[in-house]
Design a protein around this ligand. Structure first.
Ligand code: AMP
Length: 283
């Protein structure tokens, strides 16, 4: 496995590999890898000749009060895990390399970025769309892999790739969970014991929604209210949003017809956790 820190070197190496006819699978991450990331790397390994994993904690997607500085970082550990999962290349650029002095160019996806997480994280998806575009330009992947864990992000990236005629496929892989249902996240390590024991309530509320839908309930207000009640039974939990939306345009639904994205963000203590479930379709 090779590690590239310089953009030009990574770009040159991958370009040569592509000229030999090798297909490139790409997994963009912010590092501190866990089983969720590794599932994407393994899938990329199965389907591509060259597997590129990027590790870059992207300052442009963090708000001023968010945890950019505190975001966990451990390159040595990530190297070991990425190699064991089949990565050929780790691309680990510097902030200076990605955003040199005088940097002025951003990619903005409208409407769908203003909903759900976009409401409480203004500018977040502009940062995401910009870094992902830059990484796609550098790596030139045939297939890029994202997790359903960040469902809105995956929907935004798919929209962007389609709208901007990017010549690659986007694959969205299932959410990997802890045994008690908590969706894996690099940030979970910051939960106190008490917070950690409350955290599975997000998944529990999604399962409650699933049961209601299975028993015939289509009224999204009723489903959201039942989810709310369950989450509020945990003292330390504060709901940011619960959304039941159209899987394509993320507009809120009054009734569930065919497909829907049920997504939520909940603060547990100081930590903001997200989770989601899709009914009747896929991203
Ligand atoms: P991050 O490092 O948090 O930016 O995540 C990098 C990629 O891994 C994104 O496409 C995420 O959606 C995906 N990912 C993160 N956590 C999970 C998980 N628990 N299951 C599946 N994919 C995940």
């Amino acid at each position: 496995m090779r590690i590239f820190k310089e953009i030009k070197e990574a770009q040159g190496y991958i370009k040569k590999e592509k000229e030999k006819g090798r297909s490139v699978g790409f997994v963009p991450t912010m590092g501190y890898l866990h089983e969720g990331h590794l599932s994407l790397i393994r899938e990329a390994r199965k389907r591509n000749d060259l597997v590129v994993v990027s590790i870059f904690v992207n300052p442009a997607q963090f708000g001023p009060k968010e945890d950019y500085k505190r975001y966990p970082r451990d390159l040595k550990r990530d190297e070991r895990l990425a190699r064991a999962s089949g990565a050929d290349i780790i691309f680990y650029p510097s902030v200076r390399g990605i955003y040199p002095d005088g940097y002025q160019t951003y990619v903005e996806v409208t409407d769908i970025t203003e909903r759900l997480c976009g409401k409480s994280r203004p500018g977040h998806f502009k940062g995401v769309a910009t870094i992902v575009t830059k990484l796609f330009n550098i790596v030139q992947p045939d297939i890029a892999y994202f997790g359903q864990k960040d469902a809105q992000q995956a929907i935004v990236i798919k929209r962007m790739a389609g709208d901007l005629n990017m010549d690659l496929k986007i694959r969205v892989m299932p959410i990997v969970r802890e045994p008690d249902g908590l969706a894996m996240s690099s940030r979970n390590r910051y939960l106190s014991d008490r917070e950690r024991s409350d955290a599975p309530v997000l998944y529990d509320s999604l399962n409650l929604a699933r049961r209601l839908i299975k028993s015939g309930c289509r009224d999204t207000n009723r489903i959201k209210n039942d989810m709310k009640r369950l989450i509020k039974s945990k003292k330390g939990a504060r709901i940011d949003y619960i959304s039941i939306s159209d899987l394509r345009n993320l507009r809120e639904l009054k009734r569930i017809k065919k497909e829907a994205l049920i997504a939520l963000a909940v603060r547990i203590g100081k930590r903001r956790l997200i989770d989601n479930m899709i009914v009747g379709g896929r991203i």
